[in-house]
Design a protein around this ligand. Structure first.
Ligand SMILES: [Zn+2]
Length: 318
């Protein structure tokens, strides 16, 4: 396993135990601030709470009977053409220079492809890493439609929260199954991360996602080639709150006040996509406050570019 897992919280309520684990990258510093270890997705498993039922069609297709853990198995699919995937080398987080600039890495070189979405004509919030229990508080306090990039493993563990997101009219894109640093993985493992996240959304929300935000913004033309075969379009950002640093004990990293100051600055231009997180209550509270500063005149990612919400939506059975 690539990621160390540390149990953060251990709650129990009415015999429902909540285990929350943080998947944190072990990489060296990858940004200018010299801060290593960006916090990865908050992956939660609720023991005793019902998951999204594992659908029969998925058993027929995969031969499996339950949702996988954080390392999902690769299942071959007809439409994946390995000849179309460029032969760039895999690399670990923060270890840049393995590939030529033409590989167009966003995390290493801030390179974006022509079909990447990274800004918006109206300054708008986006939220990664849910759904979580904290997401519910956000939903109860947002007066505008927003965009969530959800982890498949969290979707099947929080199907009720996922449905509440949809009921609120928000847009959901995929943030992979379990939040790995995709450029470090084999083609097959990247495919597995996308296919299982899509199946989680299909089984829980009866739709297929169109929008895809790579964890850590880690995407190059190898990852893009694979994601495009699923019909996915990559979504990055041009304003980062670094709200995850609030979850780290070091007070010198980021304060709420510094985030709100940045928001006021960004509001002057009035355009852009803001990266935030709804995996924890602390960042959700910041998201609520940021929403109050910005107001409700925001767009979803699909609205930003005049695109559709989902590749396909299915009638719910039964
Ligand atoms: Zn994330």
């Amino acid at each position: 396993m690539k990621f160390p897992i540390s149990v953060l919280d251990h709650l129990s309520c009415k015999q429902v135990a909540l285990l929350t684990a943080v998947v944190a990258s072990v990489s060296a510093a990858s940004n200018d601030s010299g801060v290593g270890q960006p916090v990865g997705g908050l992956i939660s498993v609720r023991v005793g709470h019902s998951q999204t039922p594992f659908p029969e069609w998925l058993t027929e297709f995969t031969g499996l009977k339950e949702w996988p853990g954080i390392d999902p198995p690769y299942i071959p699919m007809d439409f994946i053409d390995f000849d179309q995937i460029p032969d760039y080398r895999s690399y670990e987080q923060g270890v840049c220079g393995a590939n030529p600039r033409e590989s167009c890495s966003f995390d290493c070189d801030h390179c974006v492809a022509p079909d990447d979405v990274f800004t918006c004509s109206k300054l708008s919030q986006t939220f990664d890493d849910g759904p979580s229990l904290a997401t519910e508080r956000l939903l109860d306090n947002l007066d505008h439609k927003t965009t969530f990039f959800n982890l498949g493993i969290n979707i099947v563990n929080y199907p009720d929260v996922y449905k509440k997101i949809l009921d609120g009219g928000h847009l959901v894109g995929t943030h992979t199954w379990s939040h790995p640093f995709l450029p470090s993985l084999s083609n097959e493992k990247i495919i597995a991360q996308l296919q299982w996240s899509i199946w989680a959304m299909n089984a829980t929300g009866h739709h297929l996602p169109k929008w895809f935000r790579p964890p850590y913004g880690a995407i190059d033309n190898r990852v893009r080639a694979i994601s495009r075969m699923f019909g996915l379009q990559a979504v990055l950002w041009d304003h980062d709150t670094f709200d995850w640093q609030l979850l780290v004990e070091d007070q010198s990293l980021r304060t709420e006040e510094s985030i709100y100051r940045d928001i006021q600055d960004w509001k002057q231009s009035g355009t852009g996509l803001i990266l935030e997180h709804d995996g924890a209550f602390k960042t959700v509270q910041v998201g609520i406050n940021v929403g109050r500063i910005l107001g409700n005149d925001q767009m979803t990612v699909a609205e930003c570019v005049g695109g559709s919400d989902y590749i396909k939506s299915f009638q719910q059975e039964g």
